[in-house]
Write a protein that binds this ligand. Structure first.
Ligand code: C2E
Ligand code: MG
Ligand code: MG
Length: 964
């Protein structure tokens, strides 16, 4: 039984001392840091304090923090240290935490996550709101709370969001044991950021940590292979693995290692207990407890034993199991190469050659430490093989793109013309058992076989073939060959353990390097692709556009970028939920891909915005034809399973930009402008970019600038459109509609500027003005003896703002309007956005006595269930349904259904856009209560309305409909 490795109690992880020491060095300089360390009685070397994998005891760390607080001017100064806890090169903790994917997931697992770095406290968390959590911290029994630690933890909580690409969280310690509370409670809040930006930052972090981890891993392997006795290798690998797993207890139990007397390596418990645990885990029927992680120490060469880690308070995150298994594999690989070297040394006779072999292996592992791609692994391997194997030449085969064939990825020592020939060949993959070594003597081969022809053609006398496997999957093959004297490679009867061992060692190293390169490849792929659809993301698309433009210049052919945006996607998302929206996006992706040629590119820029790049032959019939085909395939209904959304029909708008541009960004921008125009022109269509479109966009910008000052310059006014009872013709209310008197353009209609107001947020101020002005007008009519109710349009932005309720209250209070005379109109699609928040705001407005109407009803996708629970009084049926009346039976049936729906829900119904008497009559017979439209009256200024009202009151009911 071996002695404990590492030593000292595991109370505070090295990430904490590293963060503190590096912070002190930056703040106080080397001398200041030295003074703090001395005052704390710290005598460990600085290197150790900076090592993420080291540990401190409670007392050591407390002394450090207290001394630091003294020098910095109080405990509060320690909070910023927390932000340094994140270390991109900390290869053991970060990937695990990152794999959780979101701050919410981290908090849901906060106990286990914190136990791995600071086991002296226990954390629990609960969600108290959107992006708001309460984290409770209790000190483990036997450890006293102290102010400095709590101040530090406040900073530590800030990084929980940074890990995932957000800004640092806002953290307040609301209760503290040091202030006499029962536990420490941190309130943590963070703000939403642009998802695309967040995701990119997050992936960048991940790539960096993974790269750091691979480097560290490779360095450790190199060091271990260079050491010369098995015991050192074992102790070293165990130490690395046990510290990396961050568990207080770790045991390596070996049952099958020749040449070693130590069978148990342990850390964090007594020798006797370690022996008991080791005996336990080696039993084949051993079952891990929840606080244990167990992994087999197995390689292709042998099964050596088991590695077990115990974390008594906290358990492990699911992601840790995979990583732990990787470390066990790492121990096994180190054992493999150490044993191979040991064996070589024992042969004695060829001492010199063995020395060379060992050096060659060492050089190889050093070379592999810098590996970046799989190609690179192959290139380094072929150069090492002849030295390790004593062969004349070597080649490495890797799987072809299709995975069914192999290709020669690198060669060494072959004639140049063969090189050129063979690297273009696709060869069949021959499945060989994991860990096998096959000998081929050309003289004994079947002359018809591919192998014979290959070897004979190039002058190889004999070859050794060794497959490379990762997790049982064939990922490559090593071929070592000699040009003469086949016996040099021939296995000697009774086995040549030395040679096979070295060869397998090579294969094992290659497998590790390939696995790492693949991991890195995967991460790179992720950072360039959209996770939902697997399509290239903006970064990759920009690159592809550059390539396309270069190709088009070279070949003098056409190139086009098409922006595709689904119409009304947001409503679908809001109505059926994100899962259904995601499903639709994936279905759209599949259709786009199926429609285009393999040489065309499809990407997703975010949201429901796709981009298609086509050039060369794909454009022979012009970009319009491609766009038409795309619109047509998207037009077919989609069957969405999620939430039983059923069959959904979507349309799309497409903006196309063709021809050369100075940069990829320019081409994409022009396609975007064209898309914008296609949307503005009524959607469900495509438009090709033209120069003049720029001016339209430019125009919009100008309009936007003018809007900024419109309110201050008093350019807004309200017009009022009468609403009548269909049966009696009596005008009971009006709808206030906004108008903008532009100094040079004249009157601008709401459809041209409301969306701009919403985009810029100006709608909040303008909307408030509308409320006040409309209420004031209603009161002044009432004073004239005109009891007219007032309907005001409210946009989603207003409803979502915290001020809205107050605005309504103030408008009522300032004007003195009876709340029951006010009606708030919101559109159906607004209502369906963020249903919960909207419903509660509206409920509060309704509490005041104000009525709620749903505007443009029938154009959104509200579900009956939502409607039923919504605090609504009136449905305003969209004028699109009214317009069809009198023309088709279908339109009549639709109106009938909508009115019945309103009645079933106990709501009033109002029809918008009544333009002729036929529509009026039909609506009346369907018992629609009220109506509004040009037939009754157009919107008009307040003055005119007064005249209109007195005239209409003078008329007898029932004739008013023919008035205007
Ligand atoms: P809306 O709330 O559905 O208002 C009805 C629109 O239909 C008005 O257009 C009105 O002039 C028009 N209209 C009324 N009767 C007929 C008819 O018989 N035939 C036809 N073809 N149209 C008719 P307007 O004034 O251009 O307003 C357009 C939209 O702008 C409004 O639709 C509303 O959504 C929005 N809006 C207007 N004022 C405001 C406001 O103060 N705040 C907010 N947030 N939105 C407003
Ligand atoms: Mg309206
Ligand atoms: Mg409407």
């Amino acid at each position: 039984v071996n002695g404990p490795v590492g030593g000292g109690p595991h109370h505070v992880g090295g990430a904490y001392t590293r963060a503190l020491v590096s912070f002190l060095r930056d703040e106080l300089g080397g001398e200041g840091l030295g003074a703090v360390l001395r005052r704390a009685g710290e005598n460990r070397p600085e290197e150790l304090l900076l090592d993420d994998l080291s540990w401190s005891s409670y007392a050591q760390f407390r002394a450090l923090l207290e001394a630091a607080a003294d020098s910095l001017g109080g405990p509060q100064a320690l909070t910023p240290v927390g932000l340094r806890l994140l270390n991109p090169s900390d290869f053991s903790l970060n990937p695990i935490v990152q794999a959780l994917g979101s701050p919410e997931a981290l908090y849901a697992n906060v106990g286990a996550a914190s136990a791995s770095v600071c086991p002296i406290v226990q954390l629990t968390a609960c969600e108290v709101g959107e992006r708001e959590w309460l984290v409770t911290q209790r000190y483990t029994a036997g450890f006293e709370a102290y102010e400095e630690y709590c101040a530090l933890q406040t900073g530590v909580q800030q990084i929980s969001t940074v890990i995932f690409g957000f800004e640092p969280a806002h953290v307040v310690e609301e209760q503290c044991v040091c202030r006499g509370d029962e536990a420490c409670v941190f309130r943590i809040r963070w703000v939403e950021v642009d998802e695309a930006v967040r995701h990119a930052t997050f992936l960048e972090n991940r790539v960096r940590t993974l790269e750091g981890r691979l480097e560290q891993f490779a360095r450790a392997v190199t060091e271990l292979v260079s050491s010369d006795d098995l015991k050192t290798v074992l102790a070293g690998t165990f130490d690395t693995a046990s510290r990396a797993v961050r568990a207080p207890i770790c045991v390596l139990a070996l049952d099958d290692v020749p040449d070693t007397t130590d069978h148990v390596f342990f850390n964090g418990l007594s020798a006797a207990d370690a022996q008991v645990l080791a005996d336990d885990v080696l039993r084949p029927d051993f079952l891990a407890a929840p606080d244990q992680l167990v992994a087999d120490v197995t390689s292709t060469r042998a099964r050596y034993g088991r590695l077990v880690a115990v974390r008594p308070d906290g358990g492990f995150l699911p992601q840790e199991a995979t990583r732990f298994q990787a470390y066990a594999g790492f121990v096994a690989a180190a054992l493999d190469s150490a044993l191979a070297l040991e064996e070589a040394r024992c042969q004695g006779a060829e001492a010199r050659r063995q020395g060379d072999t060992a050096r060659a292996l060492l050089e190889l592992s050093t070379a592999l430490a810098e590996v970046t791609t799989i190609e690179d692994v192959a290139a380094k391997l072929v150069r090492a093989i002849p030295a390790v194997m004593g062969s004349d030449r070597a080649m490495v085969l890797l799987p072809d793109r299709d995975g069914k064939h192999a290709r020669v990825a690198a060669t060494f020592g072959y004639p140049a013309d063969f090189d050129a020939y063979v690297t273009r060949q696709r060869l069949p993959v021959i499945e060989r058992p994991v860990g096998s070594v096959e000998f081929k003597d050309v003289a004994r081969l079947d002359r018809e076989s591919v192998t014979y022809r290959l070897m004979e053609g190039v002058g190889s006398a004999a070859s050794l073939l060794v497959p490379i496997h990762v997790d049982g999957e064939w990922v490559g093959e090593i071929v070592a060959s000699v040009v003469s004297d086949p016996d040099r490679l021939r296995p000697i009867d009774g086995g040549d353990g030395d040679r096979d061992g070295r060869l397998r060692g090579l294969a094992a190293q290659a497998a590790t390097a390939i696995r790492n390169a693949r991991l890195l490849d995967q991460v790179r792929h992720q950072s360039l692709h959209d996770p939902l659809t697997g399509l290239p993301n903006r970064a990759l698309i920009l690159d592809r556009v550059d390539q396309m433009l270069a190709r088009a210049r070279r070949n003098h052919h056409a190139a086009a970028a098409m922006f595709i945006d689904l119409d009304g996607f947001k409503e679908i998302n809001d109505t059926f939920g994100h899962a259904a929206g995601d499903e639709l996006l994936r279905a759209v992706t599949a259709r786009l891909k199926a429609t285009l040629r393999p040489s065309d590119t499809v990407g997703r820029l975010g949201g429901d915005e796709f981009v298609v790049l086509v050039d060369g032959a794909s454009l022979d019939a012009g970009p319009e034809l491609v766009a038409e085909r795309l619109l047509a395939v998207l037009h077919e209904p989609f069957r969405i399973i999620e939430k039983q959304a059923g069959v959904l029909s979507v349309t799309a708008s497409i903006g196309i930009a063709t021809g050369d541009r100075p940069s990829a960004g320019d081409l994409l921008r022009d396609a975007d402008v064209a898309l914008y125009q296609a949307k503005a022109a009524g959607k469900n269509r495509f438009l090709v970019f033209e120069e003049r479109m720029q001016t339209v966009v430019h125009d919009r910008l100008l309009l936007q600038m003018d809007l900024q000052s419109a309110l201050a310059l008093d350019q807004f006014s309200l017009v009022y459109q009468p609403i009548c009872q269909l049966k009696s013709g009596e005008i009971t209310s009006v709808e206030a509609l906004l108008r903008w008197e532009h100094p040079t353009r004249g009157q601008v209609q709401p459809n041209d500027f409301i969306s701009l107001l919403e985009e810029t947020g100006l709608i909040l101020d303008v909307g408030r003005w509308v409320l006040h002005e409309a209420c004031r007008q209603a009161v002044s009519w009432r004073k004239l003896g005109l009891p007219i109710d007032m309907a005001v349009n409210v946009s989603g932005r207003q409803l979502q703002s915290e001020r809205f309720l107050r605005d309504v209250r103030e408008a009522l209070a300032f004007s003195g309007l009876d709340p029951t005379a006010l009606i708030v109109e919101i559109t159906e699609s607004t209502m369906m956005t963020d249903v919960r928040a909207t419903a509660s705001t509206l409920a509060a407005v309704r509490e005041l006595g104000v009525r709620i109407a749903i505007d443009d009803f029938g154009t959104g996708y509200s579900s009956l269930a939502v409607l039923r629970d919504f605090p609504v009084d009136t449905l305003k049926i969209d004028r699109a349904f009214v317009a069809g009346l009198g023309d088709t039976a279908e339109a009549a049936a639709l109106i009938h259904t909508l009115i019945q729906l309103g009645k079933t829900l106990g709501l009033r119904t109002l029809a918008e856009g009544i333009e002729d008497a036929v529509q009026y009559a039909q609506l009346e017979s369907e018992q629609c209560e009220s109506g509004q439209g040009f037939l009754i009256a157009r919107p008009m200024p307040a003055r005119e309305l007064e005249a209109f009202l007195s005239a209409s009151a003078a008329r007898t009911p029932g004739t008013s409909r023919t008035a205007s």
